[in-house]
Design a protein around this ligand. Structure first.
Ligand SMILES: Cc1ncc(C[n+]2csc(CCOP(=O)(O)OP(=O)(O)O)c2C)c(N)n1
Ligand SMILES: [Mg+2]
Length: 299
């Protein structure tokens, strides 16, 4: 009996390893797409999207209840991107999961494209909100979470936010509202990459002690390494499991490396809002291809 249970556990562990490996390979593809898109557009944001690849990949390919072929599915989870400038990572995940053809990714920021530099929900089915003005998404997400409660719906609202955004008053209003209205269906994820447009967050205007502030706003707070696929998946699954045991909103502080995966971009705020030039794109893709081989040969 015990042997049987141990074997079952082993199989479970092995299959979850496979699915983590599969997600890591997808993440690598998403990173390659981001570099190609930004190079083709010759403008846009590079560091933030690269740092958030594991989180978006885990959401789109494992966690979200959604149907790319039916973007209006009534009970779908809602993904609200508040820091709209990192949309290349969202577009790449949407295309790779089947919302629209992958070749369309290369139209990023071109005239009349559906893939605007800041997302326009009226252009692209599957986008829940338009964004660009920082912090607005937090209020949109809190409003949708309240609407779900009023409609007695069980879907989850994931609100993706950045650390620079937490210098905005609107974020704190939205969190005060979510805590006060007991929106346990609101799950916030903060990209704590310590960069913003023109420097390091801690140098420009520190947002610390972030955890204590969030707790004071009646949120349950989790922390994770946002670039470790297994940790991301386990944390998200755990937060979802705990959702119905609490009346509070949940916030995950995700430590990420801006520019993750490309040696010469990592942790440099200068890559907040500039695309790679030809040689830089080539070097980046070479690094990502090498990383791909490492993932394939792992375990
Ligand atoms: C309300 C508002 N103020 C200012 C901006 C300009 N802006 C765009 S991105 C950005 C930096 C925000 O920091 P963060 O989102 O942490 O940047 P990242 O980590 O992606 O580099 C700023 C100030 C904006 N989009 N909206
Ligand atoms: Mg930041």
């Amino acid at each position: 009996m015990q042997k049987k249970a141990a074997k079952k556990e082993m199989i479970k562990e092995a299959s979850s390893e496979i699915s983590i490996k599969k997600l890591e390979l997808t993440a690598n593809k998403i990173r390659q797409d981001i570099i190609k898109m930004l190079f083709a557009a010759n403008s846009g944001h590079t560091a933030g999207p690269l740092g958030m690849v594991e989180i978006f990949t885990a959401l789109y390919f494992k966690i979200l209840k959604h149907d790319p072929k039916n973007p209006k599915l009534e009970d779908r989870d809602r993904l609200i991107l508040s820091n709209g400038h990192i949309c290349p990572v969202q577009y790449a995940c949407m295309a790779n999961s089947g919302y629209f053809p992958e070749k369309e990714l290369l139209t990023l920021r071109k005239i009349n494209t559906r893939l605007q530099g800041h997302p326009n929900r009226l252009d692209l089915p599957g986008l829940e909100n338009s964004s660009g003005p920082l912090a607005q998404g937090s209020s949109i997400a809190a409003g949708i979470a309240l609407a779900a409660k009023m409609d007695r719906k069980d879907y989850t609202v994931f609100c993706l936010m950045s650390d620079g955004e937490h210098q905005e008053g609107q974020i704190w209003e939205a969190l005060m509202f979510a805590g006060n209205k007991k929106l346990n269906n609101f799950i916030g994820i903060i990209d704590r990459n310590n960069i913003q447009i023109d420097g390091y967050v801690e140098d420009i205007m520190s947002i610390e002690p972030l955890r204590q502030k969030l707790e004071a706003f009646n949120c349950n707070v989790y922390e994770m390494n946002g670039n470790d696929m297994k940790e991301v998946v386990v944390t998200l699954e755990n937060v979802l499991k705990n959702r119905n045991k609490t009346t509070r909103p949940s916030i995950i502080i995700a430590k990420t490396v801006p520019g993750k995966g490309i040696s010469f971009m990592e942790n440099k705020y200068e890559w907040h809002g500039r695309p790679p030039k030809k040689e830089e794109a080539e070097a980046a893709l070479k690094e990502l291809q090498a990383e791909r081989e490492i993932i394939i040969n792992k375990r």
